[in-house]
Each structure stands twice: as C-alpha cells, then as structure tokens.
Design a protein around this ligand. Structure first.
Ligand code: NDP
Length: 448
C-alpha cells in the first residue's frame, strides 16, 4: 500500500489507464513502493511529472506478422515493440517469442529494463519487444520465415543509434541471425542494430554466457559483503534450462557450488550427485529437447512433473532463471522452511511480490532481477561498443568488464539501500540507484 500521495495518485491513474495489464501494474507497484522515501525527499520530481512520464512509454507499436508454414498455410501472429525511455541512451531491450506474450508482459519487461539498463552505468535506454509466436516444434525454415516477416515491420522502428533489440525467451542465436539477415537486406546496412549476433558477424564473445555468469558474480558479491561467505560448497537450485539457467549452472560449478536441480515449463530434474551440464547442453542446446530426458540418461537422477516442485528441494541458494512469477509465496515458504540463505533472480520478476517480501522478512538475502540479471544487457552494451569501434575484445576482456559491472551494480544498490535507511534491502537499493540517474537526465532534458 503506497503512503506517498504523489506516488499513490500516479499508481491509481496507471491502474485506470491500463486495464487487464496485471504484470505491468505489478512491476510499477514494486518500483513505486521502493521509491517512497526517495521521491518524498525530492518534491521537484512531482513538479516535473517524472513518474507520470515514466509509466507512459515513449511509444508502442503492435503489428501483424504473417508467414507461411511448411504446409504452405498462412499463419498470423502479433508483433510488439515498446520504446519506454531514451533518457540516458538509445532504446535497448530484448525480443521474446513465446505464446504467452501480450501487451502487459512486454510493458512490464520494458519498464523494468529502464532501471536495469541505468544500473549497468552504460548509456542505454529501455525497451522490449516480441511476439506470441512459439518457436518450439517449428522447423528452421518456419522460424526463418517468421523472423523475416517480423523484421519487415520492425526495421522501420529500430537502428544502431535509435533502438537495439537483443534476445530473450525463445530468441537465441538462430533467431537473431535470421532477424539480422533480414534487417541488412531491407536497409542495406551492416551495423550493430541487434546484439547477441553470431561471432562471425559482429557478435561479442561472452554474450551467450553473460546473464548466467553475471548472476553468479552478483551472488558471490552479495555473499561476500553481507555474510562474509562465498558460493563454494553451497547446494544450489536453479530453475529453467534455457540460456540464463545453463550459464548460471556453469559459473556456479566453476565457483565450487553444487547445483542439484534444473527445470523447464513441464517439470524438474533432481540430481543429488550434482547436475552434469554436458548432458543438459546436449539436450537443450543441440537437440532442443525436454529436461525429462536427463533422468533417462543419468543414473541416480529423478524427473518430477510440474516445474514448481523444484522449490521443495532443500538448498542454500535458490536462483530462479525461467520466467515471471514462477516462485510464489508457497514456494518461498518451502525454501525458507528448508533453510535457504539467499535468493537471486536470473529471470525477470520470477518472484511474486509476496514471495520477495517473505524472503526479506525471514532474513534471506534477496537479489532482485534488475540488478542480479543485468549482466546480459551490460554485455550487449559491450557488443555495441565493439561494433562502434570495429574491434573485437577477447573472452577474458569482456568477462573481466562484466565482472566489474556486476560488482559495481551491487555496490550502487547496497549504498543506495544504506542511504535510504534500509541497509541490505537490495530491492529498494536497486530501484533507487537505477531510477535517480534516469530522473536526473529527464529533469535536464526538459518536458517531452
Ligand atoms: P530461454 O528461452 O533460453 O529459456 C527459458 C527457460 O524458461 C526454459 O527452460 C523454459 O522452459 C522456461 N520457461 C519458459 N516459460 C515458462 C513458464 N511459463 N513456466 C515455467 N518455465 C518456463 O530464455 P532465457 O534463458 O533467455 O530467459 C529466461 C529468463 O531470463 C526470462 O525471464 C528472461 O526475460 C530473463 N533474462 C534473459 C536474459 C538473456 O540474456 N537471455 C537477460 C536478462 C533476463 P520450456 O523450454 O519448457 O519453455
């Protein structure tokens, strides 16, 4: 419940103006709650209408994406791009291809992206896009024709100095390649209009690994500063088995942690001996198969139907890396009862507001998504830098910069939390640290 009258008025108006957008309102509510103390101390923000302007994107386009399947039948999906804020840099944010995509989900992701990108300290504005297209079960030819049709509209709205999309759920290297090919064909320009590109055409080393690795760098920093501890020797549960989850497991293991479970949207695997990542990569990256196959191939591992059951496994660290609202109050209670010490979010808004509050109320260290998973977009920013100077940095150079950025994000969030009188509350800290830079830029740039 918001106490600050200005924030409450803007939130109530946002509810009125955005009916049937629960995920977007959830994200706005969470950010506003964290900003109460900060906004109350800066009355000039109300005078300049900063909050009203932040909840209303600069623009949002929706468009028809018509394409032909392998049987020659015409299929139609809906495409989206929301350009939320360019206050501190060109619009930047991923594309999601998943049947659940709608205006509410794209807007929640775009809104969050504004503050996350600010936290990276790179000059990046906030955006997001995608489609309700499901790449699962489609042939490469079908995915290519869909991507070409999608880009045939999207290319009018993006550009290397205007808006630079990347991947997200359902959009990996294959999709980015097809999208980039079509952009080039339409614009006759080879530039850094997308990130997450293949290494032979402008991609950055370590971009594939970046979100998962960054999550573990952030987790390590949380443990070191707040508990004088480390990832080494910890039992870890990581949900999901896509890009973020796989590279979170890789870095967790490299830091000496033991990951005992992973999941997909149908169920989870439990391997008490520790996940064999080579088997997961073969199933998910090569065969594009289901996580249940792991239990058929690795003795001692079990498969359980239903992805939420993963939170019933006792662990020291829980890293949700699948999707929004995958960890609710029930899951949070199970984790706390089983002694979890830290939760850090690899996915965007994976914990419900009730779950996040429950963790904090029970002394569990909590790393919110916009800080903990910012390594992906930060490395996309590094890909843009390499494209601009037409040079490629080595894996070690990019990884070292990613590490520094994640440590710096933790410091900014921890210092802002301290300044707001809630030391260790990284939800408040990340929101305040991300917000103040964007708000100050808006104050300087005049009313628009
Ligand atoms: P992927 O498509 O590579 O993997 C997504 C994973 O989540 C899959 O295991 C998928 O299972 C599972 N999943 C998807 N939808 C659901 C659902 N409704 N319920 C349960 N599980 C589900 O995506 P990413 O790994 O790239 O993204 C994962 C999360 O991380 C998302 O929240 C994304 O926004 C966020 N993120 C990603 C970044 C990136 O660089 N890729 C950067 C920052 C955040 P299944 O195969 O069964 O669908």
């Amino acid at each position: 419940m918001l106490k600050n009258a200005y924030l409450k008025r803007v939130y109530d108006d946002t509810v009125q103006n955005n009916p049937a957008q629960p995920e977007f309102l959830q994200a706005v509510g969470e950010v506003f709650e964290s900003l109460e103390t900060y906004v109350a101390a800066r009355p000039e923000l109300e005078k300049a209408g900063i909050m009203e302007r932040l909840v209303e994107p600069d623009r949002m386009v929706t468009f028809r994406v018509a394409w032909e399947d392998d049987q020659g039948r015409v299929r139609v999906n809906r495409g989206y791009r929301v350009q939320f804020s360019s206050a501190i840099g060109p619009y930047k944010g991923g594309l999601r291809f998943h049947p659940s995509v709608n205006a509410s989900i794209i807007k929640f992701l775009g809104f969050e992206q504004v503050f996350k990108n600010s936290l990276t300290s790179l000059p990046l504005g906030g955006a997001k896009g995608g489609s309700n297209f499901d790449p699962k079960g489609k042939s490469d030819g079908e995915v290519m024709r869909f991507c070409q049709s999608f880009m045939t509209e999207l290319h009018r709205h993006i550009g290397a100095r205007c808006d630079v999309p990347a991947g997200d759920i359902g959009v990996g290297g294959r999709e980015i390649g097809f999208l980039f090919g079509q952009y080039k064909r339409l614009q006759n320009q080879f530039n850094g209009v997308l990130t997450g590109k293949g290494l032979r055409f402008g991609g950055s080393l370590a971009r594939t690994e970046a979100t998962g690795y960054g999550l573990l760098y952030f987790t390590q920093e949380m443990l070191r500063h707040l508990k004088n501890d480390s990832v080494a020797g910890k039992t870890i549960v990581i949900s999901g088995s896509g890009n973020v989850a796989i590279y979170a497991v890789e870095k967790a293991q490299a830091l000496g942690g033991k990951v005992i479970a992973m999941s997909d949207s149908q169920g989870y695997i439990h391997d008490p001996a520790g996940i064999r990542l080579d088997v997961v990569k073969q199933i998910k990256e090569v065969e594009r198969g289901r996580i249940r196959t792991y239990a058929e191939r690795v003795s001692g591992a079990e498969y359980h139907e239903g992805c939420r059951g993963i939170w019933s496994l006792p662990c020291d660290l829980a890293l949700p890396c699948a999707t929004q609202n995958e960890l609710d109050l029930e899951g949070a209670k199970l984790l706390v009862a089983n002694g979890v010490q830290l939760v850090a979010e690899g996915a965007n808004m994976p914990s419900t507001a009730e779950a996040a509050s429950y963790f904090q109320a029970n002394g569990v260290l909590f790393g919110p998504a916009k800080a903990a998973n910012a390594g992906g977009v930060a490395t996309s920013g590094l890909e843009m830098s390499q494209n601009s100077i037409r040079r490629n940095w080595s894996f070690e150079e990019v990884d070292a910069k990613l590490h520094d950025i994640m440590v710096n994000i933790f410091r900014q969030a921890a210092e802002a939390a301290e300044a707001c009188g809630v030391p260790g509350d990284l939800i408040v800290g990340a929101n305040v640290a991300g917000f103040r830079k964007v708000a100050d830029a808006m104050l300087s740039e005049g009313v628009y």
